[in-house]
Each structure stands twice: as structure tokens, then as C-alpha cells.
Design a protein around this ligand. Sequence first.
Ligand code: FAD
Length: 347
Amino acid sequence: MWDVAIVGSGPAGASCAAFCAAAGLRTLLLERAHFPREKVCGDCLNPTCWPVLERLGVAGEVRAVPHGKLSTVEFIGVDGRSVAAPLPSGANAEIAIRRSVLDHILLRRARSLGAEVREGETLLSVRREKQWEITTTHSQVSAAILVGADGRNSTVARLCNLMPRKGRDRVALQTHIPLQQDFGDRVVLQLLREGYSGQAPVGDGLLNLCLVSRPNDLSKIKSWAEQKFAIPCDHPWRTIAPLARAALPASQPGLLLVGDAARVVEPFTGEGIYYALRSGELAAAAIVARNDQQYGRAHERLYAGRLWINALARAAVEHPRLTSNLLRFLPNERRLLRLLTTKVVRP
Ligand SMILES: Cc1cc2nc3c(=O)[nH]c(=O)nc-3n(C[C@H](O)[C@H](O)[C@H](O)COP(=O)(O)OP(=O)(O)OC[C@H]3O[C@@H](n4cnc5c(N)ncnc54)[C@H](O)[C@@H]3O)c2cc1C
């Protein structure tokens, strides 16, 4: 009998497991993959993550492993016009780090604090009796509290009948390619007729390349990238969908959802890892306090006052040509983009 069973060891699950284990709870972390594993992501670590990483005791390790330092964000319109905005510098700088590296550090931290981490175990079913009866591909366990940290296509949410019906949405492609020597220490967010692309150096001579488009435009946007970055057509890409879906109730008695499982945000602003880490921490605090409702309220506060900018970004990237034209004619477009950037990356 576990105090808490957490499904999924991305930043949300690993953070929740680490804080639960540190507080002395019998903590089980179930993860279907074997780490280190990659994940479809722009790999950018918003400066707001640093305080959580400090409290987890891994900030030093994250700073020490290969990563790309990002001093500016460059927005490029469909017409090729570009505007750059500075990013925070110093210890709280924005960096780009491969998810195979970041997530492995977090998983190891949860394990070192006393969580039992079972890799290669996929959740199959859950049944609610007095406690949760959880079946995976390898074992059957009981737990007082169940935490769904299994991402945007959460099996926990689906098994608990919480998942909304899938609509038609955009698709993301992601890969790592050799970094061009003159790329510089910038993250590029480029609007394209077919959607958008994100590009960021992640260290070890690699560039993270993300493409987002409607399914019908996927082959066109992929051809654009293959041509621009001289990528062979048999190069492997990772893919994920949907990019947007309705938010789910983050807390119910005995059941908490953290990270993308609870709420998915538009990737363009690069905040998902922060929400995952912090919601994992908030969920752990509520579990330790035996107060599920505390998490529900804290989860709402986490997003309050921040979501409008994400919604604005989504509207902008869903209409790339209109956005590019608007920016061309807007007075003070440089100031506006700098202001919006500061709002997203404020520590
Ligand atoms: C194209 C794109 C670009 C992005 N770029 C950025 C960015 O630059 N910066 C940023 O901060 N955010 C970015 N995001 C968002 C970010 O990737 C997510 O918000 C973040 O990964 C959420 O973390 P999580 O722990 O909730 O879920 P995940 O990271 O998805 O982790 C879920 C874990 O659960 C496991 N799992 C799933 N199902 C099961 C199961 N049935 N049983 C057991 N385990 C299971 C998975 O293997 C996985 O390890 C981007 C997203 C996309 C799609």
C-alpha cells in the first residue's frame, strides 16, 4: 500500500514524486519509458523554473550539463522581417536543454529522495475501492492517492472518464540536427505560411528544431525545414498531437492531475515545463497536508494572470500571415514584443 502513486515521470511527475518522498511519504513513480528518453519539446527552460529546480536541489546539476544559453529571442514573420527581444541574463537565464538530459536528472532526484521509480511500466487500468487499485504492464499496486502526470494524452484522465473528445488540432514535429556554426545564442520563433517553427541550440553542437502545423500542411512545413537546414528526407522526427485541449479539473478527492495532464498550454511561449514542475510541487504540498482542495485552488492561482498571453500567442500563431502583416504596420512593434517577452520570462 503506497501513500501516493504517480503515473508519468516528466517534469510534473518527477517533481511531485521528489517532494512527496522528501516529506516522508511512501511514493511510487510509474513510467512507461526507459530513461533517458527524448520528448517532443522546444527544450527551452523558462527562467521561472529556477526557483523550483533550486528547491528540488538540482539547479546546480542542470547548470552543469550540456545546454544552450539563450540571450535573445528572435521573432521572424512570414515575410522574413525579424525583431529580437533580450532574455534575462545571469544565474536566472533562459537555457535550452535536451529533455533526455533534464528529465533524467529529475527522475534520478526523485529516486535519490526515496521514491520507488519503476521504468518500463505502462499504466493499464485503475479501479477505485477504499484506495486505488492500479494495474500496469508488470504489476498491481494499491495507493491512497493517485496522481496523473502522464502528459497531454493522459491515460489516468481517460481511465477516469475525464478526457474531452478529441477535436481536429495542429500537430508538432520535433528533432535535433547539427547546429550551424553562426547560429548564435538565440531562440528563433519563425512564423510560416503553414504554421511556425522554433529553433534553439541545446549544447553538444545540436539544434532543437520544432515544426507546428495543421495535419494537411505537415508535409509542406517539413519540406521547408528539410530545404532550409539541409536535412535528409529519411531523417527521423518525433511527433505529438493535440497541441490544445480543454483544461481538466486538477483535483478531485484522492485524484490529482499535474502538468500537461491537467492543462495544456500553447508551446510557442515555452512555459509548459514550468507549469509541470510547479504543479507537481503544489500537488505534493496538498498531499502532505491531506488537503486535495488546497491543490485545486493553488492550481488555479498558478495560471491566473498568465493565461491571456498564452491565448494571445495561440491566436497569433494560428493566423501567421495576419500576425505578420499586423506587426508590420503596428507602431512600436519592437517595444510590444519586448514587453510581451518580459511578461513570459519574468522570474
Ligand atoms: C512542440 C512543443 C514544443 C514545446 N516546447 C516547450 C518549451 O520550449 N519549453 C517548455 O517549457 N515547454 C514546452 N512544451 C511543453 C512541454 O513539453 C510540456 O508542457 C511538458 O513536457 C509537460 O510535462 P509533464 O510532466 O506534464 O508531461 P510529459 O513531459 O509529457 O511527461 C509525461 C510522462 O508520462 C509518461 N506516460 C505517459 N503515459 C503513460 C502511461 N500510460 N503509463 C506510464 N507512464 C506514462 C510518458 O512516458 C512521459 O514520460 C512544448 C510542447 C510541444 C508539443
